[in-house]
Design a binder for this molecule. Structure first.
Ligand SMILES: Cc1cc2nc3c(=O)[nH]c(=O)nc-3n(C[C@H](O)[C@H](O)[C@H](O)COP(=O)(O)OP(=O)(O)OC[C@H]3O[C@@H](n4cnc5c(N)ncnc54)[C@H](O)[C@@H]3O)c2cc1C
Length: 357
């Protein structure tokens, strides 16, 4: 059986950037991705300047800048009370792209650099071999046992690797999320639009093709699509009126995803690492997740492939991210934060600049 230098589970930005950097250094890397590439993913597609700098360091910035994009110039927050708040962004720094296209580009770049990529292949089980390497059972139309020296869990916020190897600290909370695509709408292309309602929030951004991506997140655990939509549509607000007037792609929401939240746990073996969302500390709505995925993927691959000592600390989320992770799961805190932002808009400016710097 072939022994890979690294088996990467997950073909999102964390896994593909890891694979790209490691393969560029001559490592024998295999990526497993359970979905087809490209596939739709729940994401606003906002790329911050920090994210583009991280992609530049990885040598991928130029290619990513060529994806059709829309620059953002402001953040618009509306509360269920009808109050609104607008926070301007620095000019031509933050952009929205189609997430599907971004992931496909990064996957292709890793394959071109020499990594093997198996799409529509799910990692079914993980074990240790007698030589302290990893065995992974990969399943597509057939089951294939794999053998690797290093195991990378880059499989998102509900990481199978973290769960199988008990690497995630306790305390995971689940929310419910739906994504729609709006083909016709009157939302301003240059803004990120937020609506905070009791027990939930929505985010909407428009990508370079003019398609709006609406993500609705409920803060309660036992939610389903119908009740979440009904609860949103009961709201009397300008934001919801505009949603009612918009045209959606026919059919059901394109994707749904439970959002787990936990704290980072130290790996108990020296040859397994969690990257990106799998580490369990990203609050999705701050627009920082892709950046942290790219940074952690590139930094780990760089250190490992050049035989440097591996830092135990990967890039940390911003203070805003940590604060939002706490606040957003507690409806009364969300409303209190929203009121604070109204009284002191400078706090909101500081928060958005901290994420987008
Ligand atoms: C509603 C919403 C909006 C967001 N908006 C933004 C935004 O605007 N900007 C931003 O920067 N971030 C945003 N994020 C966060 C961002 O999407 C994530 O932080 C980012 O995708 C993390 O990348 P990743 O590579 O760690 O994980 P992912 O992108 O989740 O990739 C993990 C991959 O692993 C695969 N996988 C899982 N299990 C297995 C398995 N057993 N076998 C094989 N493959 C497997 C999955 O199919 C997936 O493709 C948003 C998140 C949400 C939920």
């Amino acid at each position: 059986m072939k022994t890979y230098d690294a088996i990467v589970i997950g073909g999102g930005p964390a896994g593909t950037v890891f694979a790209y950097t490691a393969a560029s250094h001559g490592k024998c890397v295999l990526m497993l991705e359970k979905n087809a590439v490209p596939s739709t993913k729940v994401c606003g597609g906002v790329l911050s300047p920090r994210c583009l700098r991280a992609l530049d360091r990885a040598g991928l910035g130029e290619q990513v800048r060529r994806i059709p994009h829309q620059y953002l110039t402001f953040l618009d927050v509306e509360l269920d009370s009808g109050d609104r708040l607008q926070i301007p962004f620095p000019k031509e720094t933050t952009r929205v792209v189609d997430r599907c296209e971004l992931d496909a580009l990064l996957w292709r770049a890793a394959v071109t650099a020499g990594a093997e990529g198996w799409e529509q292949t799910i990692a079914r089980s993980i074990g240790r071999s007698s030589d302290e390497h990893w065995t992974v059972l990969a399943q597509n139309s057939q089951e294939t046992p794999l053998h690797g020296k290093l195991l990378i869990g880059a499989d998102g916020r509900n990481s199978f690797v973290a769960r199988q190897l008990a690497l995630r600290a306790k305390g995971a909370r689940r929310s419910f999320c739906l994504q729609y695509r709006l083909t016709r709408h009157d939302f301003d292309r240059e803004g990120v639009h937020f609506f905070i309602f009791q027990n939930g929030y929505c985010g909407l951004s428009v990508d370079g093709t003019g398609m709006a991506h609406l993500d609705i997140i409920s803060l309660k655990g036992r939610e389903d699509e119908v009740t979440l939509n009904a609860r949103l549509m009961e709201q009397k607000s300008r934001f919801v009126d505009r949603l009612r007037a918009a045209e959606y792609l026919p059919g059901k929401p394109v994707t749904r995803s439970p959002i787990g939240q936990g704290r980072r746990a130290a790996p108990s073996f020296s040859n397994v690492f969690l990257l990106g969302d799998a580490q369990g500390w990203v609050e999705p709505f701050t627009g920082e997740g892709i950046s942290l995925a790219v940074e952690s993927g590139h930094e780990l691959a760089q250190q490992w492939a050049t035989s440097q000592p591996i830092a135990t600390k990967f890039p940390n989320p911003s203070m805003t991210n940590r604060c939002m992770g706490f606040v957003i799961n507690k409806p009364h805190c969300t409303q209190a934060l929203a009121r604070l932002l109204k009284i002191a808009p400078r706090v909101g400016q500081w928060m958005s600049h901290e994420v987008l710097k």
